[in-house]
Design a protein around this ligand. Sequence first.
Ligand code: ZN
Length: 439
Amino acid sequence: MRILISDVVSLLKDGSSQGGHRVDIGVEKGEILFIEEHISWDSEKRQHQGPWDRIIDGCGRLVLPGFVNAHTHLGMTLLRGYGDDLPLMTWLQEKMWPVEEQLTPEDVYWSALLAVAEMIKGGVTTCADMYFHMEAVAEAAAESGIRAFLSRGIQDAAGSGLQGLGEAVRFCRQWQGAADGRITTAIGPHAPYTCSPELLQRTAAWAAQLEVPIHIHVAETTAEVEEIAARYGTTPLGMLAANGILDLPVTAAHCVHMEEADILLAAEKDVRIAHCPTSNLKLGSGIAPVPKMLGAGLAIGLGTDSAASNNRLDLWQEMRTASLLHKGSNEDPTVVPATTALKMATDFGAKALHLEKVGQLLPGWKADLILVDTDGLHWQPASDLTGRVVYAGERADVSMVMVDGRILYEDGSLLTIDEEKVSCEVEKRAQRLGLLPSN
Ligand SMILES: [Zn+2]
């Protein structure tokens, strides 16, 4: 399908600023054909580039690259609001893990579809997942049209590590490049404190053989840092380096407690980071040294983490929180400026997931983009545009979402997901699992 988005406002090429400029965007075969200064669509040049299957009048709307949610657990959306206000280990061991043991593939499928529906409506075009029953997640991603970086999570608890690794390998083989290339895969060893050195070494060997990245939680809490120091006499990142993980492309979620040496090591090994500011705040995990890591040249995307620890899957919120959090904690309003926060939600997020030609609006790149209505009162007056996106915009402003050249959401309607059915299925399953208050 060939689509022309005519007369839409775009940020300037350097990602800044001012009032934006008016462009036309041609889309064909899942890619951006051109992005050029706006000219009338019935002019000779545009006619020559036609015929168009559809012309979208973008007048008054802003176009942005779609947001990338660089770390989440889609299957946990079912557990939203279950076990709020608890410390990480209590929350995991007493609330999450016992329920997760009861989840069926169908539960995970509907949970993932709920997550994807919420994300698409909020302008997320790519998500990274780490969980189990991943075939169900992959089905949901494939059907919905979203771009997804999927990993089967593995850990050593109850001796299940090698079995999990076997499933992770099979999952990569089956799904790598599926859904017209929208699905890419990784292996997801849960964390340095839940995976033995042996399991990590085997994982690294398989990831190298399959040529897929590693998706892992790293240095999320002080307790993890202390446990790894006591067990191995090193930091969580040092432990991963010692077991060969950092010799592969890595997406490291959190990286909250990073020493100077860890930041240097991450930069040397080109570790890509998924910063999850809301989840780190809600679970009381701490504040990641993002300005320092950005200064070291690290690619840092933004993740929501699961809906059980956030509780939104909202990249507008993460972008704003990331910017505000580091300004406040560093007592410096110049750190993580709006242009950087927006890049973290888009371009850097795609880099964090090792994706090619995703995250920017450029000819030949993937047509993953969103249109945003900017006529709401909170967008007025027409001051610096990037600043308004990051500090004033919200997900309800998203009016159209396109992934791989296909429109998934337009003017309030999801085109690939039955929203009502998803809500109904999820409610039913939450009831069965005893996740809802009994009254
Ligand atoms: Zn996580």
